[in-house]
Design a protein around this ligand. Structure first.
Ligand code: ADP
Length: 219
């Protein structure tokens, strides 16, 4: 059975979510108050409707409650975002993901029961800053305020050495939990696994420790 999603707010963020979900084969009901946006997405989404989601009767009439997952991508208008979240939560929607504009908005959303709160601009800023600090840091997944998993490309300073040679865990307190090598991926690599030039290391740990490793090994 196809997965079914509702995306509310068809700005840049919501719009790209609709496009990607459809590309991945999901059914998507796209909603916006703006006629032009809805016209644009009528050709892309499974269904696109004009509606104001701060109106409870409207939400009920659209049957949003029956969808597995609702994404609220209302940007600027924080009040509409909060009200929509509240109404959907009261109606018993199981999974609600909401885009937060700032930390206060995020805190309110968490208090009223949003299941996932995302900060796309902030996260993208962090990701780009990390990439700028070192071209060897390819990607970044935040686990907490202080911990993350980073994809780090092996350069000639570490290629040819095994994990035991580098002794990364003892020296930096971080762990290499996987190695991407071309199409292959080595999960939990053995201590004597030799790193090759161009390998992508999946490193988990505290941000300060990972950054210390990157600075030392990749400068
Ligand atoms: P982004 O920063 O992702 O581009 P925008 O703030 O530009 O986000 O877009 C948010 C979209 O949400 C707009 O197209 C706007 O018309 C829509 N929107 C705002 N309030 C509501 C609402 N109550 N119901 C439905 N859509 C809404």
């Amino acid at each position: 059975m196809k997965k079914e999603f509702v995306v509310i707010g068809l700005g840049r963020f919501g719009g790209s979510i609709v496009r990607e979900l459809v590309r991945l084969g999901a059914d998507v009901l796209a909603i916006d108050t703006n006629q032009e946006k809805v016209d644009e997405f009528a050709k892309i989404a499974t269904q696109a409707v004009i509606a104001d989601t701060t109106d409870e009767d409207v939400i009920k009439s659209l049957g949003i409650r029956n969808f597995e997952h609702v994404i609220i991508a209302i940007g600027e208008n924080i009040q509409n975002s909060i009200l929509t979240t509240l109404i959907l939560k009261d109606l018993g929607v199981k999974q609600i993901t909401v885009k937060a504009q700032n930390d206060y908005h995020a805190r309110v959303l968490e208090k009223i029961g949003a299941d996932f709160v995302v900060h796309p601009e902030r996260d993208m800023g962090i990701r780009i800053a990390n990439n700028m600090m070192s071209s060897n840091v390819l990607d970044y997944l935040e686990l907490s305020d202080e911990h993350s998993i980073m994809e780090i490309k092996a350069n000639d300073q570490i290629a040819g050495y095994s994990l035991i040679d580098l002794d990364i865990r003892a020296k930096y307190g971080i762990n290499i939990v996987g190695i991407k090598r071309g199409e292959a991926i080595i999960i939990s690599p053995a201590a004597d696994e030799k790193i090759l030039l161009g390998d992508i290391l999946l490193v988990i740990g505290a941000d300060v420790d990972i950054n210390r490793f990157v600075k030392k090994m990749m400068s």
